[in-house]
Design a protein around this ligand. Structure first.
Ligand code: BTN
Length: 239
């Protein structure tokens, strides 16, 4: 694994995408300042101070696209949860890969793939983690948000958190690529906050509501609508 620090960047994901050919597999970029961070659903990811993590993991597992790559965000999500737990907090997962503590978002993941001439050039797993954000700044975020320093009432060393996370991420990464979501299914389900609840999922420009009854062996959401029809959702966001 190679770790690269940038003082300042518009978006670590954008930078990784634009320079994909110059990075080797398992390179991680993180930035001290991110001026135009991007989130899922065309949202922005606000810069909330240099004590937080703005990072992208660049992966080049193969030139062909494999189904398991779409589960990498869930793998990272579990690894982030395990890292948070080392600080004594109890993170919960909102399918597919938001992390919340006490019902407030603490971390988000944005995965992007670079494909040229039908070949996969790389996968970029971008993630932001609120580690040291003051309350007044959290209140400026457009959804309920928290930060690890607030949850544990002390500042968090960003470098140490990142080191713990990345060591844990790469420990089983190769095995995950081989075995897929089943390797982490129990770890994922154990932390899932959406199960057996009424949820609305946005899939592109449509939304679908129902009870989240489970997660398949491939990480997809099982949703039962009011007509008792089961839907299996591979992509989307719980609103
Ligand atoms: C989300 O929850 O909407 C995903 C947020 C992802 C934010 C991170 S910060 C580092 C990386 N670079 C970006 O522009 N976005 C991701």
């Amino acid at each position: 694994m190679e770790l690269l620090y940038l003082d300042e960047v518009d978006s670590t994901n954008k930078y990784a995408k634009e320079n994909i050919d110059s990075f080797t597999d398992k390179t991680v970029i993180y930035a001290g300042f991110q001026s135009a961070g991007r989130g899922r659903l065309n949202r922005k990811w606000m810069f909330t101070g240099s004590g937080n993590i703005y990072a992208s993991i660049i992966l080049k597992p193969s030139c062909e696209i494999k189904d398991v790559y779409s589960n990498l965000t869930q793998y990272l999500c579990v690894k982030l949860c395990e890292t948070f737990e080392k600080y004594g907090v109890q993170p919960k997962i909102k399918w597919p890969n938001d992390i919340k503590i006490n019902d407030k978002k603490i971390s988000g993941i944005l995965a992007e793939a670079v494909i040229k001439n039908g070949k996969l050039k790389g996968i970029i797993l971008g993630f932001g983690v609120n580690l040291n954000t003051p309350k007044e700044i959290l209140e400026q975020i457009d959804q309920p948000a928290t930060s690890l320093n607030i949850e544990i009432s002390k500042n968090v060393d960003k470098e140490i958190f990142l080191k713990k996370l990345l060591e844990n991420f790469f420990l089983l990464y190769d095995e995950f690529i081989e075995k897929g979501f089943l390797l982490i299914k129990n770890d994922y389900i154990r932390r899932a906050e959406f199960l057996n609840k009424e949820v609305t999922v946005k899939v592109f420009d449509k939304s679908i509501s129902g009870i989240a009854i489970g997660v398949t062996d491939f990480g997809a959401l099982r949703l039962k609508d009011k007509c008792n029809k089961e839907h299996i959702l591979f992509i989307g966001d719980i609103l």
